[in-house]
Design a protein around this ligand. Sequence first.
Ligand SMILES: Cc1cc2nc3c(=O)[nH]c(=O)nc-3n(C[C@H](O)[C@H](O)[C@H](O)COP(=O)(O)OP(=O)(O)OC[C@H]3O[C@@H](n4cnc5c(N)ncnc54)[C@H](O)[C@@H]3O)c2cc1C
Length: 394
Amino acid sequence: MSEHKRHTMDFELNPAQRDLQQRARSFIGTEVLPHYREWPVANSDYSPELNAHLKGKLAEYGLAKLIVPKEFGGQGLGPMEDVIVLAEFSKSPRRMPGGPFAPWPVLYQAPEKIREKYLYPVLEGKTGWSMCFTEPEAGSDLAGIRTTAVRKNDHWVLNGTKMWRTGHHFASYTAVAAVTDPSKGPKGISVFLVDNDTPGFTKSRDIPVIARQWGTEQEVRLENVIVPAENLLGAEGEGFSIAQHQFNRFRLRLGGTALGMAERSQELAVEYARERKVFGKALGDNQAIQWMLTDNQYDIESIRLNTYYAAWMVARGGYSASRLQAAMVKAYCVDAGLRVIDRSMQVLGGRGLAIEDYPFFDFHNLLRMCKQMEGSTEIMKIVMAREILSGELN
Ligand SMILES: Cc1cc2nc3c(=O)[nH]c(=O)nc-3n(C[C@H](O)[C@H](O)[C@H](O)COP(=O)(O)OP(=O)(O)OC[C@H]3O[C@@H](n4cnc5c(N)ncnc54)[C@H](O)[C@@H]3O)c2cc1C
């Protein structure tokens, strides 16, 4: 191999990734974009028939169980493939059927009895799950949670209040973070799998949010909730690190979401700029419009490079070795995506604000919500600064 060849970086997707991207693109272009206006807005309102239809189509296009390990009946694909598909799916203003969360890796390592109850039904699409870390008094500062879990013989007793439970429409259980040893700070937090119908585990209220396709969030109460000892996920005191792993995973995925929304917004803006005539010429012949499209392109390419690079880092070294990149994707790509959506709305004039005709409103509201979820932009900058100042970056 020549010196030149050895040092060439390859920015192309490999043939299998391109094929996957094409299938996801074709699924969205054929099965979703021409039809979604006939569907309910929130996927929690999809009929069983629509859910079954979409799940069948996903399987037909080879897009089911993408990141489920092969030994559990999935395709065993990695983080890069995950973001490639997510980017295509995010070009639709409607969500795919089912809950928002893939099972945590730690659940695959749980004892068989736990997997039978909590993992396999999720993999088979029979149920979903939610997670409750955040509380009314502790969000960004996760170590400040107050929900307690006290061991009594063969079970734990949980008490506390949780906010922002997502995905409850599809869920039969919730992963709840609670303090098991107050003297140990973050190392005294553990996670429990709690069946949603356990006595004492109740909804206090629904919280509607700005993204209408998302459904509602929930605030929930735990009052002397009894959880079998075996429902402790991982080891006692591992809750904080389980959560961090999961957050890094979500943060990377949000890069895929931002990429798809930004690409679709630009596609619509370019189409309009080419076709619309103003003052006797194409809208896109005006420099003010051209600059919006060029600024969009900078942002899109930056989102793509950031996200793909982070996915490549994760594939090589895992999530804990990619904290900086995952935080950067979350902080940068969400804002860049919002800029592209906003400029594209402007290019389309009044049409950009028509919420049934165009996807900008749904894109914007979902992405704006993502700016706060999974660690806000400010918290991402704190994570990044910690990594940068550690002196260990090369
Ligand atoms: C739609 C939605 C879905 C969610 N789903 C879930 C879920 O399923 N499960 C779950 O457990 N949680 C969930 N959350 C909660 C989410 O993770 C929290 O909202 C987030 O962690 C921020 O916490 P907070 O809202 O309490 O804000 P706070 O912690 O009160 O922060 C308020 C503001 O201050 C900023 N801030 C905080 N600390 C600092 C600092 N040191 N320096 C500078 N700025 C700072 C934050 O960035 C934020 O903008 C969800 C939230 C939303 C909106």
